[in-house]
Design a protein around this ligand. Sequence first.
Ligand SMILES: [Zn+2]
Length: 274
Amino acid sequence: MKLYVGIDPSASPSRASGVAVLGGDLRLVLLSRARGDAELVRPCLREDVSHVAIDGPLRLPCGQRACCYMPGSTCACRVRARAARRACEVELRRRGIACYMTTPDTFVPAWVLRSLRLGARLRRLVTGTVVEVYPYAAKRVLFGILPPKGTREGRTALRDALADLGVRGLPPSLPTHDELDATLAAYVAWLHARSATEVVGDRRSGYIVLPALGPAAPSRASRTCPRAATTRARTAARAARRAAHCRTASRARARSLRGRRRDARRRRCPSSGR
Ligand SMILES: [Zn+2]
């Protein structure tokens, strides 16, 4: 069975980060808080890992480099590219989704550097696909506005919303918000493998993967209605299942076409064994 990993990295390896692994049947295989890069990377190294989704920037705005995010940095690139922004983050803001811009001046530099480092390491080590996700944006698309994630109410709402999407095996005790964000990241990875996502951004400053809702996206007014949120979540899950089913059906069609062509060749050339 294919596995989908979600990672919510903290700014420092000494502080715990959320990591979640979902099976193809949406059952949680692992939900934990990992310390250090090695512990965070370990669940991604299994060869059945299909997708890894990281909640953190995997690329910088054009012209900026890691040196621009070092403490007390005065490098020329930092000065030159100070006003540069990532296209994906600009696009999220344009859609009314609150998003911190990745810049050396306004962002937690240690977290940006750790996310870049993890992304580069995972892209080297993992056989599957590594993508950037933004759980807050995924929540907005799937569920509308939930209570703040730092509150017990917010964590309960996100846990219940994930269960509504079909995620199974969530622990009876309330997970931490980084574990829940990691689970949502893994769910977006699962959707991405089923072509039920939208990708925003550009090649130079990176992409963010969001759940896709198709043509029936909700209006802004309906985003705060819990019932609409549940309906949207179910629509997204249905779209994912449909996409998976369509691909299986098209593979089956291709197989049967290949079989018919082979039979026709055999009829024309009975001596051929292939
Ligand atoms: Zn620099």
